[in-house]
Design a protein around this ligand. Sequence first.
Ligand code: MG
Length: 290
Amino acid sequence: MKFATWVHNGCEEAGIFSKDLQSVHSFASLGLSCGSVLDFIISPKEQDMDALRCAEGKNGIPANDIMLEAPIPVPRHDIICLGINYADHARETAAIGVSADKNCSQCVYFSKRTARALGHGGIIENHFDINGRLDYEAELAVIIGKDARRVKKENAWDYVFGLACFNDLSARDLQQKHNQWFFGKSLDTFTAFGPYIATLDEFEIPLKLAVRSRVNGEIRQNATTADMIFTPDFVIEELSAGMTLDAGTIIATGTPAGVGAGFTPHRCMKPGDVCEIDIEGCGVLRNTVG
Ligand code: MG
């Protein structure tokens, strides 16, 4: 099932896509009491799932009549990010000028401040007054479905609600200037995800999903999630050993090689560029640089 948030007739609504992705059903139209996707994740009810499963095969509001937002527009927490999680990207980080553990012996974690996430179709603010190199990073987002504390790897997937495309937008000049990732990855509109969260039952574990990014139609990143160094179940075990990952937590699982700053010369984004993150089973997240 594919959960989303959108604006229709000037009002924000949340719910699911129909199976053919041509229409949506809001929770409210189905008589569900949850007001948002986050509400649904935190307090799922079996009778609500039954109503959604029944609606999924029917036509709802045409998808052409809505404007998507991020599935969780206001995340419960900042995003938990993995810094270097594909070996080929670890090698290209030298070109970006940010130090990292090149041996990839330990998972690199950082936080990405997100007051409001950008959805499919949203405009990426360029922030060119403080940063000249605006970059994309295609990533698989893992959305936690129930509070995870001291979870073992073999049970970790039981705690995952679903998966989504994520663009870890990055200001390379700020990363280099401040010699850390927090500021340069936390500018307004720099968390883009969607178009929807696909529930985990739609995927086979272990994951082997094609991950691609395109800028103006040109493929820049092309990998599979099977190339991750640290898999989501490992990450959930490691983090939850000391940090409760509560329902609604979003984990961005790192990006493969091919980011703009990994090219010589750099191929960062400029106003008007259209950036797409395309992950098998998760749809295509498309945003334009303002
Ligand atoms: Mg990243």
